[in-house]
Design a protein around this ligand. Structure first.
Ligand SMILES: N[C@@H](CCC(=O)N[C@@H](CS)C(=O)NCC(=O)O)C(=O)O
Length: 189
């Protein structure tokens, strides 16, 4: 989404996670953590989605996704860290337990993990919801990397049964995000 929003020409290459392509030597040479996404720019290899988004923004003159003034940038960074440390792990745990485990034949969902992640998710979703109830975007007055970083994991909210049903601000914002052309194009990639 960041590449599309910024207009950076990127060739998307799909990695077959279900069949373990990410754990094979050719991919491990790109990212020893066996995870997507990875960006390759000439000789330069970069993994970690937030670092990739920041790099793409830095490459783009006049962009507005990642503000350059200290406070607006710090505000975006705040949400990126919040996403990486708190929000995405809670989404991941629920998605893994409820969807990926059965997809990969990795056993039954662990009720203890689900209970803990649900508790975290409810708390985090309430923070987001209260923040978004009177705002169009997470940070400032336009779409930023903060919106992209936090909306992207929510693409699985229905399948992972994320407890966000009673979060009108969050749901309205997510609907706006899902209506973006970059959402539709990257979801189809
Ligand atoms: N912190 C990483 C997380 C990346 C990540 O967990 N990617 C998942 C897919 S969403 C993956 O590649 N999983 C494959 C695996 O763990 O083997 C980022 O933001 O780039």
């Amino acid at each position: 989404m960041a590449a599309l929003e910024l207009g950076v020409p990127v060739e998307f290459i799909v990695v077959d996670l279900k069949n373990g392509e990410q754990r094979q030597p050719p991919f491990l040479q790109l990212n020893p953590n066996h995870r997507v996404p990875v960006l390759q720019d000439g000789e330069f290899l970069l993994w970690e989605s937030h670092a990739i988004m920041q790099y793409l923004a830095e490459l783009t003159p006049g962009q507005r996704l990642y503000p350059s003034e200290p406070q607006p940038r710090a505000d975006v960074n705040r949400w990126l860290f919040w996403s990486a440390y708190h929000f995405s792990p809670a989404v991941r745990d629920l998605y893994f337990e409820r969807v990926i485990k059965s997809l990969l034949g990795r056993g039954a969902p662990d009720p203890g993990v689900i209970e803990r992640a649900e508790l975290q998710m409810r708390e985090l979703a309430a923070v987001l919801d209260q923040h978004l109830v009177q705002r169009r975007w997470l940070s400032g007055t336009t779409l930023t990397l903060a919106d992209l970083a936090i909306a992207a994991p929510l693409g699985v909210w229905a399948a992972a049964q994320l407890p966000i049903g009673e979060c009108p601000g969050l749901r309205a914002w997510l609907e706006c995000m899902q209506a973006l052309e970059s959402w539709r194009r990257s979801a189809a990639a």
